[in-house]
Structure formats: structure tokens, C-alpha cells
Design a protein around this ligand. Sequence first.
Ligand code: C2E
Ligand code: CA
Ligand code: CA
Length: 775
Amino acid sequence: MIDRATKLLNRLSAAIGFLSVAVLGLVAFYWSGLSPELDSQLRLARDLTMKRPATGLIHIVEIDSKSIKQLDSWPWKRGIHGALVDKLNDAGVANIAFDVDFSSPSTAAEDDKFARALDRFGGSAILPTFRQLASNTGDVYTENVPIDELRRHAFLGSVNVNPDADGTMRTFARGTVTARTARPSLAALLAGTPGQIADTFRLSSTINPDSIPRHSAADVLAGRVAPASLAGKTVIIGATAIELGDRYAVDGHGIIPGVVVQAMAAETLIQGLDKPSMGATPGITLMLAGLAWASRKGSLRGRLARVFGSMIAIGMMPYIPEMLRLGSFDIALPLAGLSSAFVAAIVIDNIRKLQVARMSDAETGLPNQHAFAAQADTAGEGTVVVMRIKAYNSIAVLLNSAEIVAFYDLICARVRTGVGDHPLYKLGDGQLGWTMHDVDPVELTDMVDGLAALFITKIPLGRQEIVAVPAFGIASRAGATPAQALTQAELAVNAALSQGLRWVIYGDEMGNSAEFAQRMLAEVDDAIARREIYPLYQPKWSIKDQRIIGVEALLRWNHPEKGAIRPDQFIPVLEENNRIADITLYVFDCCAAQAAAWAAAGHDLKVALNVSAPLFADPLFTKNLLQRVRNIGSIATKLMIEITESAVVTNPDTTIATLIALRELGIGVSIDDYGTGQSTLSYLKRFPADEIKIDQSFVSRMLESKSDQILVRSTIELAHELGFSVVAEGVEDQACYDKLVEFDCDVIQGWHISRPKTAADVEALLTGAIRKKAA
Ligand code: C2E
Ligand code: CA
Ligand code: CA
């Protein structure tokens, strides 16, 4: 539901985004004033792809270098112009136009020769007028017209040209008004399309100037041009000789003589290529259609292709009216709009990609803590749960990167099974977080306990099986932002880990947990001196001998203010702060003294003490320990050391060496909490140990769980094959005891036998218990 809404929103925002970016780009381009320039460049590019030949109706008789050389020098005597008119007249040309200045008189005889030739042509030849500045300084123009004598026998057409600032001829006038006299342009007269005098039209670069037939004036005068080729044509006479100047740049055709430009202008009109542009509306309409098309759902690539396709369509569109000679379209603005949308789409996509990268975990692709903190603050509802895998680093070193991804997949699957399908975030190494709604705190801790139970089953990864033990931190979202609640839940999970708890709910007393740890560390020495910290002893019962054959020393701290502090609460704190060595040596002394006392009293029992795995990496500790063992002599045979397998896994050589040395001095070695670590029994063959203690989590669930029962049974069998004695911890009732007897377990420890007790209570039990069990 939310997904669909977001999708719809995404699409809408895509459409609106595309449109607004396009409109912005369009308006900006309009304001820049660059669009007419771009349009004319585009038009030119199109013109040059569709070159048109001239009609052949207009011929040029050129006053070229050859003509100037052969006929006198320039300017010609007017009689030569007259002779030219007569020759053309004889050939039967329809119109004659001069692009030559006749505004000042020459000799009377020559002017007369020319005038009479014009008269013989029937008075329909066209002579040029052109504008000139009246003075060097002013901006008043005067019109130069041919001298009266010639004018009487001819029409007048203006040959003014208005090159753009860059010197290029692009627009042409249909006529000019000079000193209140309106006059059509020569081109308009020749084409017979007078139109609005003040109007201009665009010189069409599609016309190929080389296709306009040209004849040298010298050849015409010498009769070298076949009259038939000129019959019925319109002829413009003008200078093409370079030395006479009068040249203009025309887009796409270089610099060409003025008379050719006049001919091109006439051709532009004759061919109907002078229609004005129909503006930008058709292009903008097409742009909007293209944007609507592009914002439909699809990949970014697809969208970009659609925008690009629209641009091509708009780019080609003007060809239609241009080819049909109906005018043109302006497309610069819609193209600017679409390119802005195109660029914006790429930029936005890249920003989005960066955003996604920032919001997700590189290793697994799961959303990360940034994504968690960026969640919409829905007025603080629900509960944040953070789950951290204990000693994740020692798991991670066993896995390659593909297995790490698989590992997260599997733990995510367990979380979903345990607490339902919530979006899961990877908040750090071995740490996941999520938010739960509509659960009360009791229900929540039950769910978390249930989830923790799911992790008792090892995680299969390739050929290995990983034990992942989770701890949880829980924090309410009430009155907290997602980021704050996350920090609180992380503090809570830290507390859970340091206190050996499955979960901790963030609360007021939690905030003091660091302070609590500091106070504990400060008080621990005094507490030992005052005997507030002391060991209790929990009996171990041999099934074969039907008697207590040993005890395990378990520390107790009776704090004068706080009451009983569990070892789970203070031992991790001591371990973390490198204070565990001294207290372990203290326990050793207690155990050695107690073992000696019991031996003296005739009791045959072994006293076991727990030694934290990291201590085996501490050379000072091992030296001190071995020294003490030597000091007690034969009492050492009455002691055992319980260590977890992690000591051997993380530090094999030194640990094994120490264990061998201890055993040589007579101390027994017991592998504690078997089943919770990563190693298999066959790996533990390397362990110089006497005893395996199956962890109480498997023993206590054995009666309900088939798989735990199989584990316990096969562990006992295999351990026997390897020569280990087997202890089952956490036996709380007769049924469990009976099952272990059936499985041929050696030793039982648990409340069913006895809770941890003072040495005096154990002693009382020793004599009494033997009698009780024997009965
Ligand atoms: P552990 O070595 O696994 O000790 C066994 C724990 O199981 C003890 O908890 C014991 O009281 C409890 N237990 C025994 N029988 C039963 C039973 O039938 N049911 C249940 N539910 N629990 C039973 P405790 O005394 O709280 O000790 C907790 C842990 O603290 C120990 O686990 C051990 O890892 C650590 N610890 C205790 N004393 C020392 C010590 O002197 N040095 C070190 N390094 N660690 C110690
Ligand atoms: Ca133990
Ligand atoms: Ca244990």
C-alpha cells in the first residue's frame, strides 16, 4: 500500500520534475537571448542539407576581370552598357536589371547611347537605386538614383543590402523607403512579388549560387553566348571582378559578389522560400508531449531515450514546412527545455545513486544507520530494537565476503521468523536494528527471548556451522527521534553484553551503567579484602560412583548496598578492564586452600575454577598461575581449570603450552560451555583436556528438543571415543538426570544435585548426600 503510494508519488514527481525543469530551462534560454541565434544556426544547418538548384529563370551577365581587360578600363563608357542591352534585346531576354551605379553623368554622347538602347528594349529594364549617408557624420540617408536621362527609360529597383554585424547577408528587404520615397527592391521586382515594402525576408542558403547561370559580359558582346540560352530569361548585369569589390558573405557559401546575392534573393522569392517562421508553438507542443511520454514509468535509461527521441523529433520537424515551402518552425526553445530535462534527469539520478550508496551498507546492501536515522519522524511511536551478535569479529574472520552476505541473510531470516517482518537495518558489524509497533514491553521481551532461542540452532554456512549468540538493546521511540532512540538502544545492547544479559531495556538506571561499572572497579579490591567477594561451590555428581566427586567454584559478590551482584554482571566488566587476572588468582588461592582442607578431612574431591579465555594470552598471569601451582605441590592434583574453547581458537600455541604445563603439575583441564563455540569435537582433540562440559542450554532443552537431544547424545559418544569424561551442566530435574544416565553421561551438575553452596554446606552435604543417594 505504502509502496504503491510512493510509486505513484515518484511518478508524479517525475512528471512535475521533468516539466518544471524543462520550463525553467526554456525560460532561462529565452531570457539569455540566444535562441534566435541558435534557431538561425539550426536553420542554416538544415538549409545546407537540402541544397536546391536555381530555377534557371535568372541569368547573370557578369562584368568579370576578363570583360574589364578586353573592353577598355573601368568604369565603362555608357555606350558599352547600351551595346550589352542591344545584344540581350536581340537574344530575346524578358527582363534586364543592372546592379551598376549610374547616379552620376558621364559624357553626353555616351549617356545618350545607353539611353537609346534602354529605349529600344521598350523601357522595361531596371536600374538600381541605393541608399547613402547624406554626410559623414549624420544618420540621414539619401537615395542615389540614376541620372534623369537614363531614368526616363527604365524602372527603378533598390539594391540596398543590410549585412548583419558580422558582415554576413542574411536578410533582404522587399523594398526600401528613403526620404519618404518607397521603392521595391530589385529582387522583388524581378520576382514579381512586391509585398510589403518595409518587410524583410530571409535569404535562403538552400539555393546553390553556383547553379545560377552566368555569362561573361565580354562573351555576350562578342556574340559568343547562344541567343537561345538567353531567350525569355531575366538577366542581371553586375560586377563580379574581384578588383571591383562589392562582395558579401553568405552563410554556407563563403564570400560572393553582390550581383549573385541579388540573384539569390530573387531566386528565394521566386521559389517561395521567403515564408516567415511559424514560431515556437509547434515545437513547444511537441516538447510537452515528449515530456509526458518520458515521465511514464520505466528505467532512467528508457526515459532519457524518450527525451532524446523527442529532441530528435523536434529537430527534424522544421524540415516538413521547409520542404513544402510553407515557412519554418523555431525549435531552439523547446530543444533547450528538453536538454535541461535530459541533463537534470542525469544529475538527479546521480544524486539519487549517491544517496542510495550513502544509505546502504556496502557489504550487504542492507539499509544502514544513516537510512535508519533518516526515517520519517512519525511522532515517536513504537520501540527500537538493536540486536548484536556476541564476539562478531571472531565469526567474521572465519568467513569470506560471500559467506558474510549469506550470514546476514540467514540472521535476517531468523529475525523475521522471531519478531515478524519489519524493515531491517544493518547498524554496524554484527548489529541489526528495527522498529516495532503495537507491542507492549512484556510481549516484546518475550518475542526477543523467542528470537534469541532461534539462534541456539547453529547457522550453516558452506561446510562450517556458525554459533551466533545475540544480545538485544531495546529503547522506546516515545519522545525521541529515530537517531536518539537508536543511540539509546545501542547503549542498552552494550549494557546487555557487558552484563552478560540477553537483553536490556534502555531506562534511567541504564544511563548510569558506565558509572556503575566504574564504581564496581573501584570497590573490587576492598570487596575481596572484606570477603564481600567469595566463591561458592557447586557439587558435581558422578553417576558411576553415585557420589559427589568435585565442585565448581562460582564467585559471589554480596554488595552492602546493592545486594547480590551476579557474576554475569561483574566478571565481563573485570575482563574488559584487565582486572580479571588478580581476582582469578584470588579464587585459585581460595580453591587451593579449600582443596587442601577437604583432602585433610579425607574427602576425595576436585575443586574446579573458571579461568577466562583471554587470560591465556597474558604471560604475566600464566607465569603467576604456574608459580602458585608449583607452590601447592601435590594439592594441584585436587584442582581443575575450566576454560572455554575460544582460548584455543584465538591463541592456540601459548594456550596449549600453558595447559600442558598445568597438567604436568597435576591439574585437570575441563572444556566449559561445550556447544556454544565454533569448534567441533574432532578439533578439540588437540586440546590437552580431561573433561568436556556440555553447555546447560542444550541440557536444559534436551527433553523438548530432538536436535538438542541428538547433540547431547552424540557429544557424549564422541567425547568417550576421544577419551574425555563428560559433564552435563544445568540438570534441574529427575527426568533430565534419567535421560543422561541413559546416554551414559559421566558427571551431573545442576540444581537437581545442588545449588552452589558455601564450603561448610558442601561439607554437610558430602556426608549426608552419600547416604541419601545410596538409600
Ligand atoms: P559457568 O561456568 O557456566 O557456570 C555455571 C553457571 O550455571 C553458574 O552460574 C551456576 O550457578 C549456574 N547453574 C548451575 N546449575 C544450574 C542449574 O541447574 N540451572 C541453572 N539455571 N543454572 C545453573 P553463575 O554462578 O551465575 O556463574 C555464571 C558464570 O560466571 C559462570 O558460568 C562463569 O562463566 C562465570 N564465573 C563465575 N565465577 C567465575 C570465576 O571465578 N572466574 C571466572 N573467570 N568466571 C566465573
Ligand atoms: Ca564453568
Ligand atoms: Ca558452563
